[in-house]
Design a protein around this ligand. Structure first.
Ligand code: IDC
Length: 326
C-alpha cells in the first residue's frame, strides 16, 4: 500500500469508529422480524420471542429513558425489547397538551429509539390510549404521528409500532379495525415491513373476537393481548387459545401480576401459569412498568432514586420476579 492510500485507509477506519460510537450505523444491526402464521420470526423463519419492559408514561417518568438504563435492561436483565409508552389523553398526553408538549414527547420517543438501538434492543413505539377509550377519538393525530415516525425509522429493523394500547369503553372491533386500517396504511406508505401491533377490544383482551375478522391485505401485523395476573386467569387464556387456533398472531405488549389497577397484591401463582402459556406458545411479552411509582406494578422501589445501574435490592418483588423470568 502506498503512503497516500494508507492515510485514506486510516481515515476511513477512524470515521467508521466515530460513527459506530455515535450509534449512527447501529440501525439495522438487529435482525428484521416478520410474522409467519401466529409467530414472530427472524429472516430465517426461526421463532423469536421478545421479552422486555415498558416505560411508564413518557410524560411522567422520562428519566428512565437513558442509555445506561437501556443497556442495563439488555445486559443485566437479559431482555431484548423495550416499550415506550406515550399516553395520548391523560395529563400532558400527546393529544391533550400543546405543540411544545408534543415536541417534548417526540424527542423522548426519538431518544428512546436511539438508546434502544445502541443497546441492541427492539423498541416499541406505543400510542398509549387509555381514558380516550375509542382510538377513533384521535385518529387524525395518530395517522400523522405514525406517518412521521415510520418516515423517520423506516431503515431501522428494530422499531415496532403499537397503534393503540387498550381500546375500552365499548369501542367495538369494527371501530378499532377501521382506525387500524387508516394507521396501518399510513405506516405502510413509508415502511413496507415493520411489525405493527394492533390493540383489541375490551382493554386488549377480546382477541377471540378479532380472530373472526382480522385486517386483510397487509403482512407483519400482530394483535395485542394484555393481562394482569391478579385479575385475569384461565378465562382470558381461553380467549387467547381460541384466537391462536384461528391463526391470529398474538403479542403481549403489556402485562403484570398485580391487579388491573396496577396495584394490590401480586398473584405469582397465576403469573407462573401465564408464563408457561407464553413460553409454550412462544409469545412475546413486555412487563409494566419501568418506574419507582408507589404501586405494586412498578419494577423499582419508591425509595430507589437511581435511573440506571440497579441492584437486585433496588427492585420491587414484581421487579425481581420479572427479571428472573427470562
Ligand atoms: C396505570 C399506571 C398508573 C397510572 C394509570 C393511569 O400504572 O400509575 O396512574 O395507569 O394513567 C393498563 C394500562 C396502563 C395502566 C396499567 C395499570 O395500559 O396504562 O397503568 N394497566 O393500571 N391496562 C391494564 C392495567
Amino acid at each position: 500500500m502506498g503512503k497516500g492510500k494508507k492515510w485514506i485507509y486510516v481515515l476511513l477506519v477512524f470515521v467508521c469508529a466515530v460513527m459506530l460510537d455515535c450509534g449512527t450505523v447501529q440501525a439495522g444491526k438487529l435482525p428484521a422480524l416478520k410474522v409467519k402464521g401466529t409467530q414472530l420470526v427472524n429472516s430465517k423463519g426461526k421463532a423469536v420471542q421478545l421479552k422486555g419492559v415498558s416505560t411508564h408514561g413518557l410524560s411522567w417518568f422520562p428519566e428512565y429513558v437513558n442509555q445506561k438504563a437501556f443497556s442495563h435492561i439488555k445486559k443485566k436483565w437479559k431482555a431484548n425489547a423495550v416499550r415506550l409508552a406515550m399516553y395520548t389523553s391523560e395529563y400532558n398526553g400527546y393529544c391533550v397538551g400543546d405543540a411544545a408538549n408534543r415536541r417534548v414527547l417526540e424527542k423522548r420517543v426519538d431518544d428512546g429509539v436511539k438508546y434502544a438501538t445502541k443497546a441492541g434492543l427492539y423498541v416499541i413505539i406505543d400510542w398509549h390510549i387509555l381514558s380516550d377509550g375509542n382510538p377513533k377519538a384521535y385518529q387524525k393525530q395518530a395517522v400523522a404521528f405514525f406517518k412521521k415516525m415510520a418516515g423517520k425509522y423506516k431503515g431501522y429493523t428494530n422499531v415496532i409500532y403499537e397503534i393503540c394500547n387498550e381500546p375500552n369503553g365499548g369501542a367495538s372491533w369494527g371501530d378499532i379495525k377501521s382506525y387500524a386500517q387508516k394507521v396501518v396504511k399510513a405506516i405502510r406508505s413509508k415502511d413496507k415491513n415493520a411489525v405493527i401491533l394492533i390493540g383489541t377490544p375490551n382493554w386488549s383482551q377480546d382477541v377471540d373476537v378479532v380472530a373472526k375478522s382480522p385486517l386483510k391485505g397487509y403482512k407483519n401485523l400482530m394483535y395485542t393481548l394484555h393481562f394482569y395476573a391478579g385479575a385475569h386467569g384461565a378465562g382470558l387464556r381461553q380467549k387467547a387459545k381460541a384466537a391462536l387456533k384461528e391463526g391470529l398472531p398474538l403479542f403481549v405488549s403489556e402485562f403484570g401480576i398485580s391487579d388491573a389497577s396496577g396495584n394490590g397484591a401480586l398473584n405469582k401463582q397465576e403469573g407462573k401459569k401465564w408464563m408457561k402459556f407464553l413460553k409454550d406458545n412462544k409469545i412475546s411479552r413486555i412487563g409494566w412498568s419501568l418506574s419507582n411509582k408507589g404501586e405494586s406494578s412498578a419494577l423499582l422501589k419508591t425509595s430507589c432514586k437511581k435511573v440506571s445501574g440497579w441492584k437486585d435490592s433496588d427492585l420491587t418483588p414484581w421487579g425481581r420476579w420479572l427479571v428472573k423470568q427470562w
